[in-house]
Design a protein around this ligand. Structure first.
Ligand code: MOS
Length: 754
């Protein structure tokens, strides 16, 4: 465990939760003391370099590794001809479930078949990275190529309706009411098709795994959102006991879903290390990230929305077609939140998939919500125009207090406040209702808005943490989760301090190791919620244990007090005028420490009495140069109701980051398959554009706290993804307001405006 530096604080922290603490790992990160998975110094380390398939479909007819093997420093060249077979291929289940979670149900180098370009076909191990990279260029692979399918255009005729999607987590079809009747009853209808380019995650830290065998024990340093998911997946693939594999991942340099599932390079590193008898580091290059860790799939969504003249929705028909891999029925669940957000009696959502020559797509920030809500919220804007209603008013008229799919009431909402306060903050009232009414020089100015919503997705398994109090008055709280860039280490220090009744400065959060109590992979914006629940539970159990010891101890001033009357502040237990510190109690009994574990079992879906979503409303102002086709986003406002806010600074950072990512989704981020070669057109940050500072306008975030006693002990609903959800639609709607042009594709590019 690396000791995270103590939090700089303004003073005694009796109520740490809710305060904008600085990051406890900030200093370690800016000084380079925080180590990432590819930076762990290990004696005798060797380096693996992946050779990816140059074709998208076909067979390997020959591999000549002799030249590569004869190079200095090369220790092994692994191919399908000599790599051992994997023991089992676990099913595709999202990592949040707390099980093995492979990124796809295909493991490379098990036979001679090529399913997608970039698929690992050889792995070179050498004593330096440069030698491995050079030798990889000398591996001669001969292919027999057959035609590939990689785009919707190529595969449309072969599309099928899957039974389930998203690793079997979601049904392939969602229906309520009678969609045709709903559309027939509508006074006004909007029908449109929305297209979406594929997207790739580009976290600053590319994925990397370092594998080290110590006898028959395996230690992995892996860049992952969940060490237990890596542990379980690699154990299954290699056929080794869970007790023989330890996964360490303290710091992760961004992930956004690319490190949620456990991708093939991870077990390959372990297999290579076993082959060469030395530790192996396998770090993906930026280019390899585009073909090795999943992506957001290319998709098309068809939407038909019907409403009465007074703006009540009667029907939403939302169909999606997208490209998946040859092995898995994966679609991001674009029809989830779109089916839940509005009161609408008739709904039909249908997914259709095309088997293509790509790897299995995966989670990518707001997976499904960010695309599905673009379609729905653009259609709502069109509908508002048709009805002559203000877009905010249309949404208020269709707001619902319960989930229209299940009929269950929301555990909490805050959506009305989000609309109202977001609109006030943004100055929505100053917007010109009709398009092309605001001008500044040659710039056309427009404003748009959209709703945002994101599921509260509790993990599928209990979450655990451990708290330990030392006789010198310091405390450590432990859980397996990595610090994946969100501020989880900081926030958990705050949660632990409050539950123990101690100042943050004397508490430390240890994390990122399967030797610590298990935590599911932090996905679905669930990290802060599930980890805080476990930490709160462990720290509360320890405080109660200390109180019980004191009141039962004849030597304590608290002897005989009622435990419920005891409060703890600054490490001192007090009941009335009697008081004793944790330190005094431990020292009097010659105890070096005291310890407790805590566990939080998420509410099960089967007996749920509430439905859970996080809500928000987002607003954007754009300036469009119609001659040059330029779009500048001038400002964005979001109001969000994420339950309880544990740390406004880190929460706002998440929401601002999500909002800026939404800007990238709206205007920049795109990857396209070259249908002739079946390869991605973009494989670098020079070509795959992401929003940078020059693109970033002012982002204004309002946090609206809502009380939610249902979701988890601290009432946390999550902020990781909702910031992105409504942005692209708000921008597209603003472009329409500015120009009168309705653009139904993402990203919106210069050509779309001209
Ligand atoms: Mo997040 S895209 O659910 O890992």
């Amino acid at each position: 465990m690396t000791a995270a530096p103590m939090a700089p604080t303004a003073g005694p922290s009796r109520e740490a939760v809710g305060q904008s603490f600085d990051r406890v790992d900030g200093r370690a990160k800016v000084t380079g003391a925080a180590r990432y998975s590819a930076e762990i110094p290990i004696p005798g380390l060797t380096y693996a370099y992946v050779v990816g398939a140059r074709i998208a479909c076909g067979r390997i007819t020959a591999i000549d590794t002799s030249t590569a093997l004869s190079e200095d420093g090369v220790l092994a060249v692994l191919t399908h001809q000599n790599l051992p077979r994997v023991a089992t291929l676990p099913p595709l289940i999202p990592s949040l479930a707390g099980t093995a979670a492979p990124g796809q149900t295909f493991f490379p180098m098990q036979d001679d078949i090529v399913h997608y370009a970039g698929q690992q076909v050889a792995l070179v191990v050498a004593d330096t990275y440069e030698r491995a990279q050079h030798a990889a260029s000398l591996v001669r692979v001969t292919y027999a190529e057959t035609p590939s399918v990689t785009t919707i255009g190529q595969g449309r005729d072969s599309a099928y309706e899957p039974e389930s999607i998203f690793g079997g987590f979601m049904p392939g079809r969602i229906e309520r009411g009678n969609i045709q009747a709903g559309l027939d009853h509508a006074d006004v209808r909007v029908e449109a098709t929305y297209t979406f380019a594929a997207n790739n995650h580009n976290p600053i830290e590319p994925s990397a795994t370092t594998a080290q065998w110590q006898g028959d024990e395996l230690v992995l340093h892996d860049a992952t959102q969940g060490v237990n998911a890596t542990q379980m997946t690699v154990a299954r693939l290699l056929g080794i006991p869970l007790s023989r594999i330890r996964v360490i991942s303290q710091y992760v340099g961004g992930s956004f879903g690319s490190k949620a599932m456990v991708h093939n390079h991870c077990a390959l590193a372990a297999m290579a290390a076993r082959e060469v008898g030395r530790p192996v580091k396998l770090a993906l290059t930026r280019e390899q990230m585009f073909t090795s860790v999943g992506h957001r799939e290319e998709q098309e969504q068809q939407l038909a929305v019907g409403a009465t003249r007074d703006g009540r929705l009667t029907a939403i028909r939302h169909h999606k077609i997208s490209v998946t891999s040859r092995f898995d029925d994966w679609a991001e669940p674009s029809l989830g939140v779109s089916s839940q957000l509005y009161a609408c009696p008739h709904y039909q959502g249908i997914y259709r998939l095309i088997r293509g020559n790509t790897m299995t797509p995966t989670f990518m920030r707001a997976p499904g919500e960010a695309s599905g809500m673009f379609a729905l919220e653009c259609a709502m804007d069109e509908l508002a125009g048709e009805l002559g209603l203000d877009p905010v008013e249309l949404r208020l008229r269709n707001r619902t207090d319960h989930d229209p799919n299940s009929g269950l009431p929301w555990s909490s909402s805050g959506l009305r406040e989000c609309y109202e306060r977001g609109a006030a903050r943004f100055g929505w009232g100053e917007r010109g209702t009709d398009p092309r009414t605001r001008r500044e020089g040659h710039w056309l100015i427009g404003s748009g808005m959209a709703s945002a919503a994101y599921p509260v997705a509790p993990p599928g398994s209990p979450q655990r943490a451990r708290a330990r109090l030392y006789a010198d008055g310091t405390a450590v709280v432990q859980a397996a989760t990595p610090e994946f860039g969100t501020g989880v280490t900081t926030v958990m220090t705050q949660v632990a301090a409050d539950a123990l009744g101690m100042p943050c400065e004397r508490c430390r959060f240890e994390h990122g190791d399967t030797d610590l109590p298990s935590i599911a992979a932090a996905v679905g914006s669930a990290g802060a919620a599930m980890i805080s629940a476990a930490v709160h539970s462990a720290a509360t159990a320890l405080r109660n244990q200390m109180i019980a010891r004191a009141v039962g101890d004849r030597g304590s001033p608290l002897h005989g007090a009622n435990p419920v009357d005891v409060v703890v502040r600054d490490g001192v237990m007090t009941a009335g005028t009697a008081a004793e510190s944790y330190v005094s109690l431990l020292q009097r009994h010659f105890l070096p420490d005291a310890e407790a574990t805590g566990s939080w079992s998420p509410p099960g879906a089967a007996d749920a009495e509430y439905a859970m979503l996080t809500f928000g409303a987002q607003f954007a102002e754009v300036a469009v140069d119609p001659e040059l086709g330029l779009i500048r986003v001038r400002r964005m406002t979001g109001a969000f109701a994420p339950g309880r806010v544990l740390n406004p600074k880190t929460a706002t950072g998440q929401l601002m980051g999500g909002t800026l990512w939404g800007l990238g989704q709206a205007l920049l981020e795109a990857n396209h398959m070259d249908p002739d070669t079946g390869r991605w057109a973009n494989s670098s940050l020079g070509e795959y554009l992401v929003a940078v500072n020059a693109d970033a306008p002012d982002v204004d975030v309002e946090l609206i706290e809502v009380d939610d006693p249902v979701v988890n002990p601290l009432g946390v609903k999550g902020v990781g993804e909702i910031g992105q959800v409504g942005v692209a639609a708000a921008i597209a709607n603003a472009v329409h307001n500015a120009t009168g042009r309705r653009i139904r594709k993402l990203p919106i590019t210069i050509e779309d405006i001209l």
